[in-house]
Write a protein of this length. Sequence first.
Length: 429
Amino acid sequence: MRYDLLVVGAGPYGLSIASHAAAAGLSLRVLGRPMASWRDHMPRGMFLKSEPWASDLSDPARRWRLGTYCAGHGSTARHGEPVPVETFAEYGLWFARNAVPDVDEHLVVRLTSAPGGFEAVTDDGRTLYARTVVLAVGVLPFAELPAALRGLDPARVTHSSAHSHLDDFRGQDVTVVGGGQAALETAALLAEQGTRVRILARADRLHWNDVPPPLRRPWWEAARSPHTALGCGWRNRLYADHPGLFRRLPEATRTRIASTALGPAGAWWVRSRVEPSVEVLLGHEIEAARTVPGGVRLEVVRHLNDPAPRADSPSHSFDTQHVVAATGFRPRADRLTLLGDDLRGALATTPDGSPWVGRDFESSYPGLFLAGLVTASGFGPAMRFVQGAHFTARTLVRGVHRRLRARPYERLVPAPGGTPAREAASRTT
């Protein structure tokens, strides 16, 4: 059987796209462990940073919302009250059961081109065929480690996304690298279980989000700084509600905003858990690291942006038993390793190395669509959050319909400079 659409990934974006595709009548196959990142790669005790009303997955009728799930399962989803990660993961599973055709929990290990579309090989050895494919692989393929930590013993150095629990670090000395929400909340959880923990960050100060104002406010306050799914403010309104308009900005502007907007900051509710109990070393970066008996030795120096001259701030070292790098994700095209060389080599990229996507989230290879973080440089910061799944699902499924109606011999290839150009290819369906 050849499916109209193969959805690779079953997180918030993959499930939302599948719900819209099924409602549109496409023959569909969804592969991946539902909500795997949330179930397997976030320690218990974490909370969503986004407001509950900004954390719904997307189905066409908007029936299967987080608030609906919570109301029926003895929990709450109220503005200003963070939702536990465990609750959100269970909500995603509930959404999958109700809004998505059966999900095949096997993983795609290889995706290549085939006559008339694509060939996918699963981890249990099956081969599936589809006319179009969407990669909704989330953030895990793009985990970023500082250069000094790469190649060190994974028993001593891990990315924050590698942990579903932190119990193994009880009684140890742990250094968390980073200054964003993942670093701060990880450090808080470690401290609360009795781990000696420090935060090491390049920034000269930590940034904290404000307590959100009430949903109902005097009109002049709302007009000055409206609520959005990405926080208050008119700029956030553009990012949250108008990704299509964001895409019309010049490419250099989009790339800059995608890498700088909504930068590292901690949620207001984690601040009181960090400041009294976690050692913080700011304005420093790791210059070198090596494993030593019982742990890792870190050589740190003042960050170049620190006002003190580097020459006056010689490096110093300290030992720690484990390093957790909460240093984010870098969505580069070359990290989509499940793609065969024929597909990965045909992807046009943006200046930051992420794949170029068109107005319908179609990559420069016809029929191959992308969703989630990997599209942030094209459609803006909303693609880094669950909220972006609404726009993505609606827009992408329309694009799939257009591709299925298009002439099969027409293909997009990268032109010099990374901009897509159209040419006729000789392949047939």
